[in-house]
Each structure stands twice: as structure tokens, then as C-alpha cells.
Write a protein that binds this ligand. Structure first.
Ligand code: PBG
Length: 331
């Protein structure tokens, strides 16, 4: 009996054995596409992150050793997130501009020890502000856009001087990519890459991260909806990306990852530029929690998840599973 093109077309023919599944596979996943986010801390602040089993706040020495291990596993970039002691947090986030800050020292230590490893520095004020917001506040508690950009571009320049390869503004202020690009060009940092958090949503998935860097207590009940995007919006993400590209971004990021696969695909189709996906802390914790309860197969679910982010259009993926995934891929 012939129905439609059956039996001429049997899609199961190309699924019958590993060799042919390999031949028809459309998407590849490799350690070199993964970026490992790393938390850096000193003294009492170092140690395991409660809501992210398997993830630790590393001191400088541990950080350098971890970077050597990651590089040997084929991972080509790390994204750094410093933990700032409470006594150094101020309303204006002054520590962000300290030329001896933990971030500056971390960048220098990694570039000296593992020069081939790409180092990405987050540019935003939330690790340094006493209120936990990404920028400066006016008297009503509103995050002021233009004054914040002035600080951000100085912060970006500080990291460029320290030798960072990539600056990653994660603050969602309007116009900051253009301003950062201008000061980088002006001071001779023509090759510093800007990875902009272009479509960053006001998401509950960042909860464990805020615990890890100690900003959730500072933030209290305050949200970030006046600058991060509404999860209901998709066209607006395209406008954000168009602006950041026009302002000089080299790579654009979508964040969070899996709940926003449609956004990744639209951006890739529309602009054809390098897209990065941030598989964020809450996504890590949900998989980890279920795996620790024996409810899902961690290894399979992680590799599937990362493959799906790639299939959706992400060229690179920031994920707390980068190291584990690289190890699993090597086995
Ligand atoms: C801060 C920043 C956040 C993340 C990366 N940079 C949190 C936030 O915006 O509140 C979240 C990362 C994660 O959840 O893994 N600018």
C-alpha cells in the first residue's frame, strides 16, 4: 500500500545505525563552544555555592588551577564573576573602578598562566552596589541610565587595560555598548571584543547566581524590570540586538537559555551574527536538583540541553556544566 511517498521515503532508514545517524546529524557540540562561568572570592567568602551543588567560589590560586584544567579539556573561554565583601559595597559601586579589584587581579593571573584561554569580564555594577542593582540610583530608587553608562565605560576600560579579551556588559542600560566601544577605540584597544548581553530578560532563573555573588540580600525585594526585558517580548529582542550591533557589539547574547530558544532562533535568522546563549544558574540548579534526586539522567539531560541550544542557533554557550560536559564528551 502506498500512502504519500511511503515507502519511497522511510525516515527511519537514516536512524537505523550509529554511522548513518552520525552522517545526517545537523548540529555538532564541542567543548570549544562552551564557556565556563567562574565565581571568584577571597577569604571567608570562598567555598561551595549552596543552591548550585558542584559549583564553588574559588580563590585566585584555585581559579588559575581550574583554568588550566578547563583549557586542557578543550574549553576555550571563561566568564568571571567576582564576589565582593559587604564592606566594599557602596551605593555607587566604587569597587568596580578599583584598579586593584579582585576582577582585575583575576584577569591578570589567568592571562599570565593560561594565555590561550579567552577571558570574559562581566561589566555591570551589581557585584559592587550596596543595593544590588546594576547601576546608580536616583532619589526615587530608579536606575539612572546615562550616569551609569559613564561608570560602565570606565569599568570596561579598566578590564581592557588588565588584559581581558572580552568585555561583556550585562547591565541592559541603553547606549552602553556604543560608549564602551568608543572609549576602547580611543585608548587603542581596537581588538577588545564586546559580547553584549543584548536580550537579557528580567528572569527568576537568576536566583542561585545572586546567592552565589551575594547580591540577593542587597537586592531584597527590588527587581530589575525597569531595565531587563519583559519575558513576554520577542520583537523587542530584535530591536535590542540591532542597536547593540550598530553600536559595535561583536557577539550578542540571549539570556536565559532554554526558555528563550525562540529568541535565539529569531536573532540568528534575522542577523546572521555570532550568538551566545547563557544557560543560567537557575537552569543549572533545576537539572542538578532533579539529578541528585535520581529523577533524571544528568549526563544525558545536560548534553541534550546543550545540543538543543546549539540547534536553536547558539554558536557558543555559557554554562555551569561546561567542565562536566567537556569531560563527558571526551569519554
Ligand atoms: C548581573 C548578572 C546576572 C547574571 C549574570 N550577570 C544576574 C542579574 O542580572 O541579576 C546571571 C547569571 C546566572 O543566573 O547564571 N549583571
Amino acid at each position: 500500500m502506498t500512502i504519500g511517498s511511503f515507502p519511497n521515503t522511510r525516515l527511519r532508514r537514516t536512524r537505523q545505525a550509529p554511522f548513518v545517524r552520525d552522517l545526517v546529524r545537523e548540529t555538532q557540540l564541542a567543548p570549544s563552544q562552551l564557556i565556563q562561568p567562574l565565581f571568584v572570592a577571597e577569604g571567608e567568602l570562598k567555598g561551595p555555592v549552596g543552591a548550585m551543588p558542584g559549583i564553588s567560589r574559588l580563590d585566585l590560586e584555585e581559579l588559575v588551577r581550574e583554568c588550566e584544567t578547563l583549557y586542557a579539556l578543550g574549553i576555550r573561554a571563561v566568564a568571571l564573576f567576582p564576589v565582593t565583601p559587604a564592606e566594599l559595597k557602596t551605593p555607587n559601586g566604587d569597587e568596580a573602578l578599583n584598579p586593584e579589584s579582585l576582577m582585575v587581579r583575576s584577569i591578570k593571573a589567568i592571562k599570565a598562566a593560561v594565555p590561550g584561554l579567552g577571558v570574559i569580564a562581566d561589566v555591570a555594577l551589581d557585584p559592587y552596589t550596596s543595593h544590588g542593582q546594576d547601576g546608580l540610583l536616583d532619589a526615587q530608587g530608579y536606575v539612572i541610565n546615562d550616569a551609569t553608562c559613564e561608570v560602565l565605560r570606565r569599568q570596561a576600560l579598566l578590564y581592557a587595560r588588565a588584559g581581558v579579551d572580552v568585555v561583556a556588559p550585562s547591565d541592559m542600560m541603553d547606549g552602553r555598548v556604543g560608549q564602551i566601544r568608543q572609549v576602547l577605540e580611543r585608548d587603542g584597544f581596537r581588538n577588545t571584543i564586546i559580547l553584549s548581553y543584548a536580550a537579557k530578560y528580567a528572569s527568576a532563573y537568576y536566583g542561585p547566581f545572586r546567592d552565589a555573588v551575594g547580591s540577593s540580600a542587597n537586592l531584597g525585594k527590588g527587581g530589575k524590570e525597569t531595565y531587563q526585558m519583559d519575558p513576554a517580548n520577542s520583537d523587542e529582542a530584535l530591536r535590542e540586538v540591532a542597536l547593540d550591533l550598530a553600536e559595535g557589539a561583536d557577539i550578542v547574547m540571549v539570556k536565559p537559555g532554554v526558555p528563550y530558544l525562540d529568541i535565539i532562533r529569531r536573532i540568528k535568522d534575522r542577523f546572521g551574527v555570532p550568538v551566545s546563549a547563557y544557560h543560567v544558574s537557575g537552569e543549572y540548579s533545576m537539572i542538578k536538583g532533579a539529578a541528585m534526586n535520581g529523577w533524571v539522567d544528568e549526563r544525558k539531560i545536560v548534553l541534550e540541553t546543550l545540543m538543543c541550544l546549539r540547534r536553536a542557533g547558539a554558536d557558543s554557550i555559557l554554562t555551569y556544566f561546561a567542565k562536566d560536559a567537556a569531560q563527558w564528551m571526551a569519554e
